[in-house]
Design a protein around this ligand. Structure first.
Ligand SMILES: Cc1cc2nc3c(=O)[nH]c(=O)nc-3n(C[C@H](O)[C@H](O)[C@H](O)COP(=O)(O)OP(=O)(O)OC[C@H]3O[C@@H](n4cnc5c(N)ncnc54)[C@H](O)[C@@H]3O)c2cc1C
Length: 385
């Protein structure tokens, strides 16, 4: 290890997803300098999770990036339509929202945009760089061991930070190394495929599409690159039992979802396989400690049914910046994350219970059976992992 590669930072942020980059931006706004933003990827890969509500604009305004965001050309989303609880089509549109529409993001471009905005404001952005190890030093700073992979060349370095923000998403790399546990609820698996579409039906109405089926639910959105994203959400047992990761089984389920099937009728799949993403649901048993905080999905993750993950990540990030500059109490910060998480669980449970068409299906039985989380002080079905 060459000593000249070591550097000392006021704040190290692990992960340049929406939470990490927004936190860097909020810290700069509050006068904090000497921030490093560590990101394992180079923002070149397709990234799932694209639907954001109109209220996101308020967050972009508070970070002073709203005009730059609007110039990025993400697709407007005017609300959602769903077949949930019955065959009748229901709407939840943004017509009456004073902020206007939401967006279907090009998520790869969005993540890169946020990180570059932070970099332009003086944040030291290090891409292709992974946090590997954490050591607490006698001076109470953290020693962070990093591995870098660029153009086939690997390297190692270490940096020091007075304060660490874990924004590494569901990997929660920093907090896990500190021995913090996740309290888990049920988890979904997302099985997705993109289609090149000629007759972009969703593009015309700009709506997110949801359809409940026997073994879970379908999600569809037209992305800004003129592709259609179709995703089947189910639980791990059902996915395994019906081998839903196999193209033929996935297509067979699509054929049983009449409204979603209709959307893909003129589409050409862009891959020969199904992309699989875990969508775990959990909250950390500890959200802050000695000179560290967890935000975004590293702190808590909820069911993608809510489409609130990005909004939550950015709001957590702004709140964390207030804690670091002593504008907010850390206990109030973690209390609000826990309360928000319990509310998400209760909301999701309410919606799952509205769907009663397949009482014998294991998927729906599981989602109907869980105990309402707001009625008990601790997560009832939570288990440490
Ligand atoms: C299938 C699915 C669909 C979803 N759909 C939506 C949706 O439509 N709308 C919505 O709002 N939310 C959605 N979500 C949730 C949303 O994607 C997350 O809530 C959001 O990405 C959280 O942002 P984050 O910055 O906390 O974490 P992430 O976006 O996961 O970012 C974490 C970053 O940390 C980096 N990282 C990880 N490990 C390391 C390491 N060791 N060192 C350095 N960097 C590291 C990663 O590369 C990544 O860039 C969805 C989630 C899933 C799983």
């Amino acid at each position: 290890m060459s000593p000249e590669k070591s550097s000392h930072f006021r704040v190290a942020i692990i992960g340049a997803g929406p939470a990490g980059s927004a936190c860097a931006l909020a810290l700069v706004q509050r006068g904090v300098s000497n921030i490093v933003l560590i990101e394992a990827s180079d923002f070149s890969q397709f990234c799932i999770g694209e639907n954001i509500p109109p209220e996101s604009l308020r967050l972009f305004q508070s970070l002073e990036i709203d005009q730059a965001f609007l110039r990025e050309g993400h697709a407007p989303c005017y609300g959602s339509c769903s077949y949930w609880g019955s065959e009748k089509r229901g709407y939840n549109d943004h017509l009456l929202n004073p902020l206007g529409h939401g967006w279907h993001l090009d998520r790869r471009k969005f993540n890169q945009f946020l990180a570059r905005q932070a970099q332009m404001r003086g944040v030291d952005l290090r891409i292709n760089t992974m946090l590997k190890e954490v050591v607490t030093t006698a001076s109470s700073a953290y020693e962070l061991h990093l591995a870098t992979h660029t153009a086939g060349i690997s390297g190692h370095s270490q940096i020091y930070a007075d304060f660490v923000i874990d924004a590494s998403g569901s990997r929660a790399v920093f907090v896990r190394k500190c021995g913090i546990q996740k309290l888990r609820a049920e988890a979904l698996i997302c099985l997705a495929r993109r289609f090149a579409i000629k007759d972009a039906q969703l593009e015309k109405n700009g709506l997110t599409h949801l359809e409940a089926v026997q073994h879970g639910w379908w999600y569809a959105a037209n992305l800004p690159d003129k592709t259609l994203l179709l995703a089947l959400y189910s639980d791990a047992e059902t996915v395994k039992r019906l081998q839903l990761q196999q193209v033929h089984a996935w297509e067979a389920q699509l054929a049983l979802a009449p409204h979603t099937h209709q959307l893909a009728r003129s589409g050409k799949p862009l891959s020969t396989h199904i992309l699989s993403y875990p969508a775990p649901v959990y909250c950390l048993d500890q959200l802050h400690g000695a000179n560290w905080l967890a935000i975004g999905d590293a702190a808590s993750a909820c069911d993608p049914l809510t489409s609130q993950g990005i909004y939550k990540a950015i709001s957590n990030a702004i709140a964390a910046a207030d804690v670091i500059v002593n504008k907010r109490e850390v206990h109030e910060f973690s209390h609000s994350i826990r309360t928000q998480y319990q509310q998400y669980l209760a909301t999701c449970q309410h919606y799952y219970r509205l769907e009663q068409r397949w009482p014998e299906a294991p998927f729906w039985q599981k989602y109907h059976a869980s105990v309402a989380p707001m009625q008990t002080p601790l997560l009832p079905h939570a288990r440490p992992v």
